[in-house]
Design a protein. Sequence first.
Length: 500
Amino acid sequence: MIVAENITKKFPGVIALNKVSMQLFPGKVNAIVGENGAGKSTLMKILSGVTSDYEGRILFNGKEIQFGGIRDAQAKGIAIIHQELNLIPYLTIRENIFLGREMVDRWGFLDKKAMRNRTIQLLKKLKLELNPESLVSDLKVGQQQVVEIAKALLTDSEVIIMDEPTSAISDKEVEVLFGIINDLKKENKIIVYISHKLDELFRIADRFIVLRDGNSIESGDMKGMTHDQLIQKMVGREIQIIRKQDESPKEDEVLHIEKLCLHHPGRKENLLKNISLRLHRGEIIGLFGLMGAGRTELLETIFGMHRERRSGEIIVGGNRTAFRSPADAIKAGIALVPEDRKRDGLVLGLDVRTNISLTNLEKIESGIFLHDRKEGALAGKYIDELKIKTSSDRQTVRNLSGGNQQKVVIAKWLARNPIVLLLDEPTRGIDINAKNEIYKLMLKLTDAGLGIIMASSELPEILAVSDRVLVLSEGSLTADIPIRDASENILLSAAIPKTI
């Protein structure tokens, strides 16, 4: 149904796509795979009308098409669920879903009742029990991702492009999504599916199309393909997954939390309930839990957020603290790499150099001015140490791949020499090779004495790099397990809320 021929897209100093050709078939899940920076998202933006300036041509049902924008593509039956959320925080769920596609009554006024009822139907189909009038800013990242999916399902599209649709949703929501995909296949829709979670692809995909460094490498049926074969096609070489080897007990305590509670902002209950933990120098604690368990809230509270609703004790490096803000936590030696790097971790319109130096201005000041040479040296040090792939330290962060953006966030904190590093979904939305590089970096940092708490929804990741695993369920700590005793079954059992 869709044929792309010799698609080329150039950005300043970068060829994102180089004569890419592919075919997309109806009634099938067409998986686009490749490392970060391979060109997958750029290609999808062209197919969905986000980007209209490119070379080559696209045939849709045998006719050449060129979209003038997203609405043009939508009118022709193409919808996209973007990897990065494209919701307006201070509009409601209903308003976001119908933005630009509002329903009106016979007098030309907004038909809010009809839109509300349709929103309820979509949310019910996706098994998301939320009020359609809830502000998107009040939703968790995973819930926002489901709203993105609802937006794409609003129209009866012939082509549905899903760019990392499960990157922030729970296993239960993944199963719902896969059910919807199977229904769409029966309706002979084209499903274009991009994901770095290869296990998902082997479950849901019918065909694969491999991109590497902006080039189309190979395509074919998923049947008969192995995990290792697909990785090798993506990266052009074999990858050895990094796993933590040292299980020796850690002695020096860098963080001690005692009976930490976080009160709910609107109800008489606690989001975190009497959390106590100890983190040692050189130790990685994996923090696991289902969506809504309180992982992000715990890391944010340790980082000095939510002061008015917090109770309990936080001791850093043996010193009892009373953080009034994240600034106090930073001074004490705590750093947080947030779940949503683009919203909370980076200034996308600024360059790599500036993003790295933002947390370290006192190191590069010269009187009332910033010292350009010192700033360049600071950025260059971490670009080299973390192997950040960028044309220069002046490249805009927005134009980096997801894995390299994540390294920039980590770099700005490492430049402050923290003693505790909090990582919230550190490999969300990045490919297997970039994940491996993050794992290597984590192990290198713990060898140097840093203590790390890593929250992740990916059990293989938790089991690969942790010394211990803490499990949260509904805001309570339900397990503290040495890695040698941990398994997926044990962790999932501890994470599932116990019904009364």
